[in-house]
Design a protein around this ligand. Structure first.
Ligand code: AMP
Length: 283
């Protein structure tokens, strides 16, 4: 496995794999890899012939005053994981090469980025779609793998790829969790011992919602209030939003006629945790 930092070197490595008719898989990450990332890389390795994992803490998706400087950076450990899982290249570009001058060209998906996390993280998705468009152009993969944990990101990237005709298939991968249900995240490192004990309530509230729906409950207001009650048991948890939206369009819903994404964001100390489930209505 090679670690490549420069865009032109990455391009030539990928083009020689492509001329050997290899199917190219791409897993974009910000590093601090955990088993959630590992599952994406494993799937890419299973389904593709040549796999690139990018590790880039993208400055344009961090709002002012957020954790860009303190975001965990663990390149050596990350590269070991990528090698063990069978990736061919770790692409770790420098911010100075990704953004050499003032950026005047942005890629933005409208409407779908206004709600959920987009309502609280101004400019975040504009940074995400722009860096993904840049990385897709640099890597030129056949398939890119994204986690369902970041459900809004996945839906937005799928829309961008479809609207702008990127010749690329986007694959959504299941959320990997700790044994107590907490969705794995690089930001879980910020949790203190006491905060960590309360973190599983986030997924527990989603499971409660799923259970109540399976029992025939479909009143979104009631479901939200039951979830809030459960989250309230963690006095350190500060819910930011609980939303029920159409899983494909991200439009708010008040019932269960199509697949419904139930999405949560909570603060626990300085960690912002997000999680979600998709509920498919019984036919
Ligand atoms: P990040 O490094 O946090 O930007 O995440 C890189 C990719 O890994 C994104 O597509 C995430 O959705 C995905 N990912 C992060 N955490 C998990 C998880 N617990 N399970 C599955 N995928 C994940």
């Amino acid at each position: 496995m090679k670690i490549i930092n420069q865009i032109d070197k990455l391009r030539s490595a990928v083009s020689s794999a492509r001329s050997d008719n290899k199917k190219i898989g791409f897993v974009p990450t910000m590093g601090a890899l955990h088993d959630g990332h590992r599952s994406l890389i494993e799937r890419a390795v299973t389904e593709c012939d040549f796999v690139i994992v990018s590790i880039f803490v993208n400055p344009t998706q961090f709002e002012q005053g957020s954790d860009y400087d303190s975001y965990p950076r663990t390149l050596d450990a990350d590269a070991k994981i990528c090698k063990t899982v069978g990736a061919d290249i770790v692409f770790a570009p420098n911010a100075s090469e990704m953004y050499p001058k003032e950026l005047l060209s942005w890629v933005q998906v409208e409407k779908m980025t206004e709600g959920l996390c987009g309502a609280f993280r101004k400019g975040h998705f504009k940074g995400v779609t722009t860096v993904c468009a840049k990385l897709f152009n640099i890597v030129q993969a056949d398939r890119a793998y994204f986690g369902k944990k970041d459900a809004q990101q996945l839906a937005v990237i799928k829309k961008m790829v479809s609207d702008l005709n990127f010749p690329l298939e986007i694959i959504g991968c299941e959320t990997v969790r700790e044994p107590d249900g907490l969705a794995m995240s690089s930001r879980n490192k910020y949790l203190t011992e006491q905060q960590r004990k309360q973190a599983p309530l986030v997924y527990a509230s989603l499971q409660l919602c799923e259970f109540l729906v399976s029992q025939g409950q479909s009143d979104v207001k009631f479901l939200k209030s039951e979830m809030e009650k459960l989250l309230g048991k963690g006095e350190l948890l500060k819910p930011e939003y609980i939303e029920f939206v159409d899983a494909a369009t991200l439009d708010p819903v008040d019932g269960f006629s199509n697949d419904v994404l139930v999405a949560i964001a909570c603060y626990l100390g300085k960690a912002r945790l997000i999680d979600n489930i998709t509920i498919t209505p019984k036919s």
